[in-house]
Design a protein around this ligand. Structure first.
Ligand code: DQQ
Length: 591
């Protein structure tokens, strides 16, 4: 739809200049609103209950977990390792927990794979990755060890017995370790988290890892002929300016067309490369798209000018999702992404609960048709947990409309809804001052603040009288040249416990809403997790919620429209979700 000012070229020029003036002026505004926190959590709270424990998300029976490590598919079995404190529900004594699965939904727990036993990892076996060496069909782990001086170095570990289908025992050979040490200008306290290896056409293996040099975060590159002796390359794989330490980098190709995943070493005209980094200062995972220039041995991002500023970098997930890692699932030719979601209640709560941290549902990841962003979707296997379904279609939601969705267990469900927008005429004006900070845009209103188109979406984990609820919704704005779709996950009313950390998350959904006129929202609710996928997985948000009512009462689900324009629910499906077997000790084996 052309607005009046779009048809007049002079107006267009004036607006264009204003927009760029505003954009260049606004950096300070955004800077001032940026949050600096690590593991955002409440400082104190009082209620502790088993109702917050998740049913179908990955976690061990007890204690603390953080980053997913070395996920891989080997001889028909999925392996997931994870940062694990076997002694307490707080970070510390870090080891590699280990579980195996044939569907990534049901998991069997195994013995700890890597314990801090050697001088090179005595202070902890930190994050790393697995690589399957094709010539030997043998998996190898590279991980970070922290030593007594708290200096970090990279180490190698091999399976003790390759004929054990579960690869339970791992050895860390003294003759090789550490295989990469912080030399020269590298800060030894910020040197960690090696990626999966990839091989160049020269026959050399490469890995990237996170490092800080002169206060600047970057992905360093190391090369090796035999995967055991490594040398630092002359130049980093990538080092833009302006961000702190890069934790847990990930580097992989995605197909330009289609959803098929690619083996990590693949590089051709038909792929783009993804470089992901986890920024400790904001506790957020960002990615860049570009190409891997083998001759320069560097990652060259698309749109170099714009991508210099990390506030432009896209995020996998605009909520509580960190230190993610992907792997190529050769069995189903897809790339799978795991991410850690930390508790946002308090440390004392975690200690009292006896557990802290989950992994989000594994997501398939591929390049969007527009080539500008990734798309993520829960793996198909999750649908095997779907049970009783509630279904609606073709429902009009007038301004202020609320649809109570009865008959579903709303604290353990999968809900998928598609909204149709008959008209965009009443879309409110876009505040371009906040073009870089959708989270602030979400904070400015709430799910009941009426604007033109929207807010409309879902109210999940809702108490009977609605004094506690989590709202996930969209709003459509009109910018100078297009319509902008904002997605929010608002936890401010998720709990009546005032001491809790109750954030609002926000992100833009990059779809052509004028053309599509419809937008989908899928939300996975699992007790204390609300994991949402907007615009068919183009914008994702994971939230942790601890409503007080859940201790004594059941949860409700609603769809709502608080915009001033009628919208339509084309279809809505909500399923009860079964509880899989996750890390329950058992005698049964996979094969
Ligand atoms: N967690 C690990 C580190 C990594 C950080 C330590 C990211 O290797 O940088 O538990 O959450």
């Amino acid at each position: 739809m052309a607005t009046p000012h779009q048809s007049n070229p002079i107006w267009l020029l004036i607006l264009f200049c204003c927009y760029y003036f505003i954009l260049s002026e606004k950096v300070e505004v955004v800077e001032a609103t940026r949050r600096n926190f690590f593991n955002p959590q409440s400082s104190d709270s009082t209620i502790v209950s088993s109702v917050y424990r998740t049913s179908y998300h990955f976690q061990p029976p007890h204690n603390w977990i953080n980053d997913p490590n070395g996920p891989m598919y080997y001889k028909g079995i999925y392996h997931l390792f994870y940062q694990y404190n076997p002694k307490a529900a707080v970070w510390g004594n870090i080891t590699w927990g280990h579980s195996v699965s044939t569907d990534m939904i049901n998991w069997i727990p195994l013995d700890i794979a890597l314990n801090p036993t050697k001088p090179f990892d005595i202070d902890g076996c930190w994050s790393g990755s697995a690589t399957i060496l094709p010539s030997l069909n043998k998996p190898v782990i590279l991980y970070t060890g922290s030593n007594q001086e708290k200096h970090q170095a990279q180490n190698i570990a091999f399976p003790k017995n390759l004929s054990d289908p579960y690869l339970i025992e791992w050895i860390k050979p003294d003759e090789y370790n550490p295989v990469m040490s912080a030399t020269g200008d590298i800060n030894p306290a910020q040197f960690r988290d090696p990626t999966t290896g990839w091989m160049g056409s020269d026959g050399y293996w490469r890995v990237a890892l996170g490092a800080e040099i002169g206060g600047v975060g970057m992905a360093l590159l190391y090369k090796s002929k035999d995967f055991v002796r490594w040398e630092r390359a002359d130049k980093p794989l990538h080092s833009p300016r302006g961000s702190g330490m890069w934790e847990c980098p990930d580097f992989y190709p995605v197909a330009l067309e289609g959803k098929r995943g690619m083996e990590t070493s693949l590089n051709s005209e038909d792929v783009k490369h993804v470089l992901k980094m986890s920024l400790g200062e904001t506790h957020s995972d960002h990615y860049l798209l570009g190409r891997y220039d083998e001759e320069k041995d560097m990652f060259i991002q698309d749109n170099e000018e714009k991508e210099k500023n990390y506030r432009f970098w896209r995020r996998y997930d605009y909520g509580n999702f960190y230190a993610s890692k992907s792997f190529f699932d050769a069995g189903k030719e897809r790339r799978i992404l795991w991410g850690w979601s930390n508790e946002s209640d308090s440390k004392p709560d975690d200690i009292a609960k006896g557990w802290a941290g989950i992994q989000t549902i594994p997501r398939m990841v591929w390049l969007d048709e527009n080539g500008k962003q990734l798309v993520q979707w829960p793996i198909k296997e999750l649908e095997s947990l779907r049970r009783k379904r509630v279904h609606f279609h073709d429902i009009e939601l007038k301004a202020g409309g609320l649809l109570n969705i009865k008959g579903v267990k709303a604290s353990q469900m999968d809900v998928d809804v598609e909204f149709e927008l008959p008209s965009l005429e009443k879309a409110g004006p876009f505040d371009s001052l906040l073009a870089l900070d959708p989270q602030v845009l979400c904070e400015k209103g709430n799910f009941s603040t009426q604007s033109g188109i929207g807010p409309f979406g879902l109210l999940v984990m809702t108490s009977l009288n609605k004094d506690e609820l989590t709202a996930i919704y969209f709003k459509i704005f009109e910018a100078y040249d297009r319509h902008v779709v904002l997605m929010c996950s608002d936890q401010r009313r998720s709990s009546l416990r005032p001491e809790l950390y109750l954030p609002v998350y926000g992100g833009f959904v990059d779809i052509d809403i004028e053309k599509e006129r419809r937008i989908s929202l899928r939300t996975l609710v699992d007790h204390s997790v609300v994991e949402s996928f907007g615009g068919e997985g183009r914008t994702c948000m994971t939230a942790r919620v601890y409503p007080a009512f859940l201790v004594t009462s059941k949860a409700y689900l609603h769809a709502f429209n608080n915009g001033s324009e009628t919208i339509r629910i084309l279809h809505l499906n909500a399923w009860n979700m079964a509880k899989p077997s996750i890390n329950v000790a058992q005698d049964q084996f996979l094969i």
